[in-house]
Design a protein around this ligand. Sequence first.
Ligand SMILES: [Fe+2]
Length: 344
Amino acid sequence: MVILGIDTTCDDTSAGIVENGHQIRSNIVSSQYAAHSAFGGVVPMIAAREHTKQIGLVMRAALQEAGIGFRDLDAVAVSNDQGLLLSLVVGVAAAKSIALACDIPLVGIHHLEGHIYSALMTHPEALQFPFLCLTVAGGHTLLLRVEQHGAYRLLGHTRDDAAGEALDKIARRLGLGFPGGAAIERLAQQGNAAAYAFPRPMIHERNLDFSFSGLKTAVVNVLDKADHYRLQDVAASLQQAVVDVLVAKTLRAAESEQLSRIALGGGVAINSLLRKQLSAAAAKKGIQTFLPARALCTDNGAMVAGAAYYLLQHRGADPLTIPARANAPLGRLQVQYRHPAKYR
Ligand SMILES: [Fe+2]
């Protein structure tokens, strides 16, 4: 089964072609970094405008790279839930047009499902249910118990900033530009991770929630008071603090849920230190870690197509009336991981 997946959730316009849930035939991502960099963050109106300009070109490139045409598609999938509303609308409108014109099933995917499925796509045989999933990115930091296809239980989430959001904000303060996660990781490679004892928020609390806004404040305080600091050391110490919290909480969740498999997903899952230290700490406890392919970590269309392959079989196609929603409960268990007012 060949599926076109579209993701226009935030500031990347992406389309990917995936066969049978895991064979990636193309995965085109058009980044909007240049359009937003002057503002230090994503500007929703600009994001929507750029998606509108790029969506047709990106879909055509995805089809060309896969060596197929629209008539070869068996289904079209789109991230319709969770993201910037005006951005989501562009992808949803494109997907509906294709479903209608080609008379093929339409599958609406919650954007987080794409991130969850990126590890399943990378390890389609080995990663068995149930498993723990840490999805960590600029917009969310969540620990989920994945029971079955489309069935998730929330174990913990961030009470304020997401991990990637905190990294982006600190990077902006350091003058590293936007997005900041990659710049911090690059600098950290030449830094001393023990140079600054930044806090590890909530690391000793028994719950499985996160908080990263305090860490951001602590870093800014150090920078404001210091006459001189070495950027590489700040980056390395900051990165280590974030990774320590993510690893500790994830292992605690796996042990308390008696899960022997951990999957990682989301933009911060591309971070090499997190991948290495989570895998090593889990292995010491006899827990297997399933890392997503790096190309599936940041927002992309292939992960949407991969998730759709499985979810189409388990819950069927969606009608042409599916809405785009900035906030939406996750999966058939309707997990709410933001304030209830967001879902009205
Ligand atoms: Fe994302």
